[in-house]
Design a protein around this ligand. Sequence first.
Ligand code: PNW
Length: 448
Amino acid sequence: PNPIPELSKSEFPDDFMWGCSTSSFQIEGAASEAGRVPSIWDHFAEQAGRIRDGSDARVACDHYHRWQEDLDIAQKMGLNAYRFSISWPRVISDATGTINEEGLQFYSDLVDGMLARGLQPWATLYHWDLPQYLQEQGGWENRATVYAYLNFADVVSRRLGDRIKNWITHNEPWCTAMHGNWDGMHAPGNRDFKIALQVCHHVLLSHGLAVPLLRQNVSDAKVGIALSLHPLRPATTASKDVEATRRHDGLRNRWFLDPLHGRGYPQDIWDLTGAAAPQVQRGDLEAIAAPLDFLGVNYYFPEVIQDAPEKPPLATNVVHDPDCERTAFGWEVAPQGMASLLRRIQRDYQPVPMYLTENGCTYDDVVEADGSIHDAKRRDYFIRHLAVLREVIREGIDVRGYFAWSLIDNFEWAEGYLRRFGLVYIDFQTQQRTLKMSGHWYRDFLRG
Ligand code: PNW
């Protein structure tokens, strides 16, 4: 239906960052090797019914042993940046802060491997793999976890800050807080709105306190955060749906963007939270508002919102528009949604430079008889989103890089191995890596 646009790398800024993203828990495996201790996701995957295919990430992509091959692939694809995350339970062994030298060494080698291949390292400090020993003391609901995180950030940035200049404190605090503690779809699996909001506050606080720490430990540091943000539209033009959309936006987007930009939590949503409102201490909001060097935007899909008075506290429903094109996950394919999101951030927050730190899709990949994977839909998804990004940059919106999610198929959280997002196919039986058609396209595009 939609024509696939022509696209050339030369239409983007010369110093644009072209990358792929991954995260430690989803790819590394080697879950109990070299001193790594369990994370909340190891624990979660052991509980029946939590992961849809009953799988776990003890092996995952075995990236811990195959990282050189994976970085070779990234280099051959022509990337100049690679976004990865550092596993806290690999680096800090217990609640007293004992450093696991072997775990740190893994990341030191990994970063050297990136630099040797011309890949600029973009490190995420927290991509959901909290050490289980901290969860046993209340996890992110406990304010002490903020200080444990700062110790972790301190250890890692002192050791790797000579080589890593770009730091992302947290990946998608909305998911950490809400999937982890409100709908219970992610670890630790709580279903409690009050806990979710307290977790959210502590995650944001840990971010804010880490910003000056990272700047102190790392010369020329660039520090940011990666948020999952969504453009929203009302199901109808009725004012009740328009107001519902505003409320939904209040928790989905403004609850994060407002405090990070010095505005505190949005009052309209705070009023709705009632007894579930988080405990905020004096100075917390000032800490959270520490100026960012960049804003990471993870863009996947827009949402359509309807008023739902029977569903407090937000009284909103996310509804399914049957006319929209969707990925295998059911997520709407909406490249123009990315434009409206970026324009909205620009208009409402006049932010620092932005990076698309994640964008991608899942489809049911079919391996042909000759071993190739013709994922034309994924390729077209990337082309259409990049064409929109080109448009937005031409308008003067300061987007400086694009990281496709994901370099390789991996453990897709509650979906286990059922959902593939990679530009590279992984045969989880043999651990063989095969560049998909989308990966070939990205390579050809990047090579010009
Ligand atoms: C992101 N949502 O998760 C994560 O950063 C990745 O680790 C993950 O593999 C990828 O996207 C694909 O799922 C999201 O409901 C999970 O809005 C949920 C949402 C968005 C992103």
